[in-house]
Design a protein around this ligand. Structure first.
Ligand code: FMN
Length: 347
């Protein structure tokens, strides 16, 4: 399938998740296979236009992740058009607009899901952006603001007319936040009514669910929390789509993923000024992922507690190696781990 001129080799994608889907995580998921598109964490249009370092860091990506969409948020058409130009200048394949974030800090600035409350204005933002850049402009929205304003079908048509190349719909309202369940009937209805590709998002935890959602008529599925729990879910969905059994994932594979994540994060944000807090930043990243990754694992709550109380990277690695019974020499030779005798944590 295509989004504008950009070809996707798989219809399954990692949904944007602030604080979670950094470049290191995206690369690791992509390496497992089955992932046709990755989207950055949402990035402030204001921050991009003002050239704020931290904002630019959120938009960083590597070629390995292509095709890559950089998601921006904001509500001012001229600034969003400028930000889209910057995204294009950074070499991204797609610029995506966040019209789904329900967090008051974002929504009160006329951005995120509050754009859905002003459909004319929202369509104006997309029109300004599509005029400003040649890369495809896409939109990610919710079902609407609340139960009285479930206007995604109308807004979807309006942004299509304004030049959007694809849309993604998370079938919950902003008022719902993450409660209840995503309304995939609404998503399927929108998919049937639009001529541009429509992606659905919400509540796919098992690879079989991804396939079932495709059968409902969407062109692709964005998977969020399911990827945080199981980074192989897109590869497994691809296996099923090809008529194969979903690949098995061993406990050791799961441990290795976390160790690889630490290794990639060690190469990120390594500028001298932050060197002292770099380990702490990585530990916090692993804690954030751990709260999802440990769900459904036997003894997952023990692992979660151990990750949350780890005080050093060496201790964190040891915890992972022991819990997941990682055996290969890749970690045993690592002086950061070998320096201390391993403590049996899970007996
Ligand atoms: C921790 C977290 C952060 C999120 N951040 C973003 C974001 O930055 N931009 C966005 O469009 N959606 C964001 N979402 C929504 C997801 O992209 C997705 O649409 C939603 O979680 C429903 O899909 P799921 O049930 O597969 O997780 C976030 C969701 C979570 C759980």
């Amino acid at each position: 399938m295509n989004i504008g001129s950009i070809a996707l080799t798989s219809p399954f994608a990692i949904a944007p998740m602030a604080g979670m889907t950094d470049t290191a995580f995206r690369r690791l998921v992509k390496r497992q296979g089955g992932c046709g598109l990755v989207v950055t964490e949402m990035v402030s249009s204001e921050g991009l236009v003002r050239g704020i370092d931290r904002t630019l860091e959120y938009a960083e990506y590597t070629d390995e992740e292509r095709p890559i969409a950089i998601q921006i948020f904001g509500g001012d058409p001229a600034k969003m058009a400028d930000a889209a130009r910057i995204v294009e200048g950074m070499g991204a394949d797609i610029v995506d607009v966040n019209m789904g974030c329900p967090v008051p800090k974002i929504a009160k600035h006329n951005a995120g899901c509050s754009l859905m409350r002003e459909p004319e204005h929202a369509a104006g933002v997309i029109a300004a952006m599509t005029k400003a850049v040649r890369i495809p402009v896409t939109v990610k929205m919710r079902a609407g603001w609340n139960d009285d304003e479930r206007n995604a079908p109308t807004l979807a048509k309006m942004v299509q007319d304004a030049g959007a190349a694809a849309i993604a719909v998370h079938g919950r309202t902003a008022a719902q936040s993450y409660s209840g369940s995503a309304d995939w009937d609404l998503v399927a209805r929108i998919a049937a009514e639009l001529t541009i590709p429509v992606f659905g998002s919400g509540d796919c935890i098992e690879p079989e669910q991804i396939l079932a959602r495709m059968d409902a008529g969407v062109k692709g599925v964005l998977v969020g929390r399911g990827v945080l729990r199981n980074p192989w879910i897109l590869a497994q969905a691809s296996d099923l789509a090809a008529g194969r059994a979903a690949r098995p994932v061993t406990l050791e594979d799961r441990g290795r993923f976390l160790l690889d994540y630490i290794d990639l994060l060690l190469l990120e944000r390594v500028d001298e000024a932050r060197a002292l807090s770099h380990d702490r930043w990585i530990i916090n990243k692993l804690r954030a992922l751990g709260s999802w990754y440990t769900k459904g694992l036997d003894n997952g709550s023990h692992l979660r507690t151990a990750v949350n109380t780890a005080e050093s990277l060496a201790g964190l690695r040891r915890t992972i190696v022991e819990f997941f019974a990682v055996t290969a020499a890749s970690w045993a030779d690592d002086p950061a781990i070998a320096s201390d005798a391993p403590q049996p944590i899970f007996s």
